[in-house]
Design a binder for this molecule. Structure first.
Ligand SMILES: Nc1nc2c(c(=O)[nH]1)N[C@H]1C(S)=C(S)[C@@H](COP(=O)(O)OP(=O)(O)OC[C@H]3O[C@@H](n4cnc5c(=O)[nH]c(N)nc54)[C@H](O)[C@@H]3O)O[C@H]1N2
Ligand SMILES: Nc1nc2c(c(=O)[nH]1)N[C@H]1C(S)=C(S)[C@@H](COP(=O)(O)OP(=O)(O)OC[C@H]3O[C@@H](n4cnc5c(=O)[nH]c(N)nc54)[C@H](O)[C@@H]3O)O[C@H]1N2
Ligand SMILES: [Mo]
Length: 820
């Protein structure tokens, strides 16, 4: 998708011309002037380790560290983060909140802010913390949202905020996350651990032993570009070998996906297309074939599993629905033919088969079911615990599958207050409200405080939130249904955001504090989240820009307001903390890994411990299921779970089942009115909303300055839409503008807008069009089920039309409207 810089700039509003051609272009201009001058410094990031050339107080150039053989092109977006016109420059307070009475919640989001001094901003923040604790109590303050803070263990910013808040008083927290909410809740009942965050069978063993690999809703080539700590990209060496083996027909790879995704396009492997959200019917059809053709591993089920008999009655149509889950039944729903379902089932047992499941299919209504059902299929195949066989729920994430060296990574700045300390306010009376709530239910709490909901066997009472504090997360990207959020935010009295980018969350806040980026502070990070490949010294590249400060400095100054700054810092400076994290890490690896003194490490920039030893997941359990019992109630794989059955829920019962969705494409509910399924997969050229503010990098993929929507050329033709057109995407929840990109990789009826696109509402009113293209303008804010209460972002139907009106400018970028 080529797009000229001019037409890209045309779409951008809310920034002055100077800031547009501003720092990032200026930086590259001076780079030309001095191509070799300056100092090279090592640092690391979610996008990998790199060296940066710093000259004239500016970052001029970034190149991957030589250890990284498969760097992501997102490294090209980093400079644009530092020098973005969307940087938070000064402490800002919302005008109406400051000047009007009753917090002026009705105009929250109008983006009109006044500049204040650091002292004024922190005094206001402290005043509000005091007021909320005194007038209400700990239940009225919610500090629980977490997210993808930039890398670095010392400056892990959410920890800084939590520790500072903890020194003041108690507050409401969350359980679970947006990534794997449904998966991490169901799998402990089935396989005894969350599985999603567990190390998986090593790629070497998969390449050596697998005859078939199923990529189930899984796009590792796209998603392994980033890691939770500094990413090594070692997985890509294995994906490269896999590509060769696919070409030589040594391994049969099959993607089960409504989209020919980036991985399938890279590996050039087969695609088993199924309609969105119909994995469970497809899998039930497969189970029917395995059982009725006597292909399932009876010994494995007998030795390692519990509750197969009850489940198979459901498959055979002997339970209350009386429906036999034949391939013909499944074909009606999932769009694969009965023959294709039979072939797929027979393929699974033809040699060694490794099933690799992605996370998107559990970020949907009833997201627990495909996860449970995939485990049941793997159990029926009977290869769990064998190298190159069985099931994994993580091989697309943070280098899972790259063998571990056993290196113990450094710890972080403490999230909690130190032992023996107490907060200023010791009140722990939560007034009958729950002090921990499922992460994705906080907006429901704003709308229906006091409501009781079921969650994983417990009853939760949603608190009556008055104040929220956000740091290192962007809820106006990560949460669903913007118009519902706009309505809900009227219940809040005070919202505080600490960020370096003026995100939509800042726009909808009252007090905004400018943090600096990770490139403006010193830190230390593990290299390879699961492989334990080494250690990275994150050297500060430049001083904090504008009036920004490290989160550490911000919270030091805040806690000083109630005399607890020494407790917060333990009397240590930034570099003393970095060194102490290194020294504890050195101590815990004593005798195993040779680590030099801190100064030598810091000078060198990184430590490399090489490769780990190959390993097979679930092998110990397979070897001896009594001694190495799983963490499930029975110790076995629970195909039927009495514990879940006893909870008595409607949408998650005693074994995996097919439940119709509230919205579904291809003839499903809601598809007559809104025919297209909107998937909001993770972005290829961002980390969620991070890097969207990187102007030149965004221009490489934006269409007329808007976020792309990917759709099938035939669908586009029917709608009179051409490649490069601006389109309006809408449903009953909202509307947005996006730029059409036509691709055969998308099946008819399937469209994608990547999550993390910045929300740019035309104004603060409910229903206002989003001018840039945040998919969460359209998504549903409903729970997966009573079990996990997890986000269901992918259950979403929309319609599309060519936009023929006057194009409104993009309002997402460029910071607040500064009112004097
Ligand atoms: N529709 C839809 N929505 C989704 C998803 C989806 O698939 N579809 N996926 C969900 C998933 S899996 C996830 S993990 C979430 C991600 O949601 P988030 O983690 O909230 O997303 P990020 O964009 O990474 O937001 C991080 C924010 O922290 C700020 N930040 C980073 N480092 C620092 C720091 O050091 N200090 C301070 N003060 N601020 C910092 C960044 O500028 C950014 O604004 O989104 C969820 N939302
Ligand atoms: N580049 C990049 N990588 C990332 C991230 C990022 O922001 N950018 N974020 C990281 C984070 S926090 C997370 S949680 C992970 C997310 O990892 P995932 O949730 O696994 O990733 P997605 O890209 O959302 O979806 C993966 C695949 O699932 C398919 N899919 C979606 N719905 C269905 C369905 O109903 N059935 C089937 N069979 N397939 C379906 C999609 O078409 C896509 O090919 O990625 C991580 N990696
Ligand atoms: Mo995630």
């Amino acid at each position: 998708m080529a797009i000229t810089r001019r037409s890209f700039l045309k779409g951008v509003a809310g920034t002055s011309a100077a800031s547009l051609i501003g720092p990032s272009l200026l930086a590259s201009a001076s780079a030309n002037a001095a191509e070799t001058e300056g100092t090279w410094k090592v640092s690391g990031s979610h996008w990998g380790a790199f060296r940066a050339r710093v000259w004239g107080g500016k970052v001029q150039e970034i190149k991957p560290l030589e250890l990284d053989k498969y760097p992501t092109d997102m490294l090209n977006g980093i400079k644009g983060i530092i020098y973005s016109p969307s940087r938070v420059r000064y402490p800002m307070v919302r005008l109406d909140w400051l000047k009007k009475h009753k917090y002026a919640a009705d105009t929250r989001g109008n983006n009109r802010f006044v500049r204040v001094t650091w002292d004024e901003a922190l005094d206001l923040f402290y005043r509000e913390l005091e007021r909320v604790q005194k007038d209400y109590g700990p239940w009225a303050l919610h500090t629980g949202q977490t997210g993808w803070r930039q890398t670095g263990q010392m400056h892990s910013c959410n920890n800084h905020m939590q520790r500072a808040m903890g020194l003041h008083g108690y507050s409401v927290k969350k359980v679970g996350d947006y990534s794997t909410g449904a998966g991490q809740t169901i799998l402990p009942y089935v396989l005894g651990s969350t599985e999603v965050y567990a190390q998986g069978t090593s790629w070497e063993l998969i390449l050596e032993n697998s005859d078939n690999i199923v990529l189930w809703g899984n796009d590792p080539v796209k998603n392994l570009q980033v890691g939770w700590t500094c990413e090594t990209h070692e997985s890509f060496a294995y994906l490269e070998q896999l590509k060769e083996k696919v070409a030589k027909k040594e391994i049969n790879v099959i993607s089960v996906d409504p989209v020919r995704n980036k991985t399938a396009r890279y590996l050039e492997n087969d695609l088993r297309y199924i309609h969105p959200h119909t994995d469970v019917p497809f899998m039930l059809g497969v189970a029917h074939v395995l059982y009725n053709e006597d292909l399932h591993d009876k010994d494995f089920i007998e030795t390692y599993c519990l509750g197969f008999e009850d489940f198979i009655k459901y498959v055979q149509g002997e339970t209350k629905d009386r429906i036999e889950k034949t391939p013909e039944w499944a074909a009606e729903i999932c769009g694969a033919s009965a023959q294709e379902i039979r072939d797929f089932a027979r393929m699974l047992v033809n040699g060694r088969t490794q099933i690799l499941v992605g996370w998107s299919i559990q970020r949907q209504e009833h997201g627990e079911q495909p996860y449970w059902m995939a485990a049941v299929i793997a159990a029926m195949v009977g290869q769990i615990g064998l190298p190159g066989g069985g099931i994994s729920y993580g091989h697309h994430y943070s280098g899972i599958g790259v063998s571990s060296t056993g290196f113990a990574a450094p710890g972080s700045f403490p999230l909690n207050i130190d032992q023996g300390q107490e907060p200023k306010h010791t009140n722990q009376d939560f007034n009958g409200y729950s002090r921990v709530i499922p992460v994705a239910r906080w907006v429901d709490a704003l709308i229906e405080p006091g409501k009781k909901i079921n969650a994983n066997g417990a009853v939760i009472t949603l608190p009556d939130t008055k104040m929220m504090v956000f740091s290192g997360n962007n809820p106006w990207h990560h949460h669903q249904d913007r118009n519902k959020m706009k309505q809900a935010f009227k219940a809040l009295q005070t919202v505080v955001s600490i960020d370096f980018a003026w995100t939509a969350t800042c726009r909808f806040s009252d007090i905004v504090l400018p943090a600096c980026t990770q490139f403006e502070r010193n830190d230390i990070d593990g290299y390879g989240a699961y492989s334990g490949r080494g250690l990275i010294a994150m050297h500060k590249l430049v001083d904090p820009l504008f009036q920004s400060k490290t989160d550490f400095d911000i919270m030091t100054e805040l806690t000083a307001r109630w005399g607890r700054d020494k407790d917060y810092t333990r009397g240590m400076t930034e570099m003393e903390w970095v060194k102490s994290l290194y020294d504890s890490c050195k101590a815990s690896n004593e005798g195993k890994f040779d680590m030099p003194e801190f100064e030598e490490f810091w000078e060198k920039g990184f430590l490399d411990f090489g490769k780990g030893k190959p390993w097979t997941r679930h092998a110990a359990f397979r070897e001896d299921p009594e001694i190495n019992a799983l963490g499930t109630p029975s110790g076995f794989i629970e195909i039927t779970s009495r514990t879940i059955g006893n909870m008595g829920y409607e949408h998650c019962q005693e074994h995996p089942m097919w439940f119709e969705k509230s919205e579904r494409s291809h003839g499903g509910p809601g598809s007559e009115k809104h025919p297209f399924w909107l998937q909001s997969c993770h972005p290829d050229k961002r980390l969620h909303s991070q890097m969207c503010e990187s102007e030149e990098f965004r221009a490489t993929y934006a269409v007329q300055g808007r976020e792309p929507i990917y759709l099938n050329p035939e669908d586009a033709k029917k709608k009179g839409i051409k490649d490069g057109d601006v389109v309006r995407v809408f449903n009953d929840r909202g509307q947005l503008l996006a730029g059409a990109v036509l691709m055969d990789a998308y099946a008819p009826g399937v469209v994608r807008i990547e999550e993390g696109a910045w929300y740019g509402p035309l104004n603060e009113k409910v229903g206002a069009i989003d001018t840039y293209g945040d998919p969460n303008t359209l998504t549903q804010d409903i729970p997966s089920s009573e079990l996990a209460q997890a986000t269901s972002a992918n259950t979403c139907q929309v319609d599309i039309e060519k936009f023929n009106g006057d194009l409104p400018p993009v309002t997402a970028f460029g910071g607040p409207l500064e009112v004097a």
